[in-house]
Design a protein around this ligand. Sequence first.
Ligand code: NAD
Ligand code: SER
Length: 318
Amino acid sequence: MSGTSGDKVLVTGALGQIGTDLVQALRERHGGDSVIASDIRESSGHSSVEGGPFVILDVLDTDGISRICQSEGVGTIYHLAALLSAVGERDPDLCRRINVGGTISVLEAAKECNLRVYSPSSIAVFGPDSPRNATQESPLNPTTVYGETKVTGEALAREYLERFNVDTRGIRYPGLISYKAPAGGGTTDYAVEIFHAALNEGHYQCFVRPDTRLPMLYMDDAINATLSLMDSGADDLGDSRSGYNIPCLSFSAGELADAISDRVEGFTCDFVPDVRQEYADSWPDSIDGSLAEEEWGWTPEYDLISLVDEMLRGISSP
Ligand code: NAD
Ligand code: SER
């Protein structure tokens, strides 16, 4: 190791749905200059670009990651760059290259530079053989390539921890619902798009059936869970640290549409399933996050009603 372990933080994929909120939260905590946002693309006016340091960085470029970490004194990477399920299933080779190759690059840089790594997993690690309420120990047999890359990502994180003592951590995020950035091409995007459509057009055509029930969380809860896991003492974390189930909400697309209809006068929704229905059907309805609750004590604050209220308020505010 030619090690930094500095105080600064590097975020990959910082212009995406999670990065937009996470970079803001990290900058509030650590100060703007201490959080280096990065992405493969530039986006002028984006808060991750304007609010502090921003660099163009391809996560497949291990040397580039190591160079930035050493020259800037980075000690922790939040690795968010990836292709999500809907985009990933359209180009499985690219999905494997970015999701698996990018994770290896980040872990190699972490080994070289003595970094802590947060690398998110997903409920997409589960497949149709999982119980409808998936536990931490339920089998991981996904039928999507995206899900396979997430199972591999968890295994890689475990391997780098065990063989090279890299401090790796991750959460199996459910569908995340937020208003500051658009959803990035996943199956759960309907649960974000529906709010914008309700307020802008009064109508949404949903691409999954109304009875499609998935684990979901409001973004503020996901960010708090992430920071809470990264704040935890290593001794508190057991064998599931590279991919924790966390306590989540679980509601159907129809229940979400009804909750919005109760608040947006005249809103209508119809349901015309496309190929994403198949991916949604392969995932569990809910997940059991009791292990995360026991080991590092985290629970969500938002329920369906407060989430809907926050989303409508956030999108309506200038
Ligand atoms: P997103 O698609 O919104 O953002 C990903 C970002 O990565 C984009 O800004 C993109 O430009 C960037 N990127 C793509 N290829 C890159 C490359 N080669 N180098 C650098 N950057 C690159 O995704 P997100 O929703 O913010 O998800 C972040 C992570 O969380 C991913 O690992 C995803 O699998 C996981 N996750 C997200 C959700 C969710 O609901 N958003 C749920 C489960 C897991
Ligand atoms: N929200 C993500 C997706 O739908 C799940 O990882 O792809």
